[in-house]
Design a protein around this ligand. Sequence first.
Ligand code: PAF
Length: 183
Amino acid sequence: MDIVDSPAKMRTLAGTLRAKCGTLGLVPTMGALHEGHTSLIASAVSECASVVVSIFVNPAQFAPTEDLDTYPRTFELDLEVCRSRGVAAVYAPTPEAMYQDGFDTWIEVPSMSAGLCGLHRPGHFRGVVTIVAKLFNACKPDRAYFGEKDFQQFVLIRHMSEDLDFGVNVIACPIVREKDGLA
Ligand code: PAF
């Protein structure tokens, strides 16, 4: 399994994977992989010739009141999970590689971000949609997998991908629940 840490390396690797294997799937995550993620990975592995999992705790989607520093980080365990499930590559860019000095370009879907969660988390969806666009640009996936658990996020990402002609098939996977029903 390859592990790459910059958009340039990811673009090169994605080109190789697509040429060698065909359909490329992307599962975007912020790490700390759990059963919800493994079900996304399983769908991607079953439907695509090769799969990239991205692991990036995206500072731009955290509000100042939300704690970015205490977000769980379990990178080595995450790599094991990916390896054991047949993932071809993990894309784990550094914050500096994703947001270089002077970074100042953002993607918004204003009409759809305003309601529900967007109301209580200003800037959150702008951060999500922008980082997913950057992941799409680096990986150039044919298919990208998101959980239905974050339905508003999924709808915004699909809208952004269609508006900006990414040509990515944005797929929602069913919610995985624990025994007590927790999503
Ligand atoms: O759902 C998540 O884990 C994140 O919002 C995502 C889509 C990986 C973007 O950082």
